[in-house]
Design a protein around this ligand. Structure first.
Ligand SMILES: [Zn+2]
Length: 57
């Protein structure tokens, strides 16, 4: 299961969301909330996370 790292802009805490890709897409639509303060002002951290590149057509 992939782990997604987020930085909360409000409390400056980094938290991880571990879920399947479909679950993650669902969460993104609803809005990811900070695990610490519940703020939805979060930034996804890309360092240490391998982004799968889609094929260019
Ligand atoms: Zn927060």
């Amino acid at each position: 299961m992939p782990t997604y790292e987020f930085l909360c802009k409000k409390c400056k805490k980094i938290f991880e969301v571990s879920c399947s890709i479909t679950e993650y897409e669902r969460k993104k639509k609803k809005g990811i909330e900070c695990a610490k303060c519940g703020s939805s002002e979060v930034l996804q951290q890309v360092s240490g996370f391998q982004v799968q590149t889609s094929k260019k057509s």
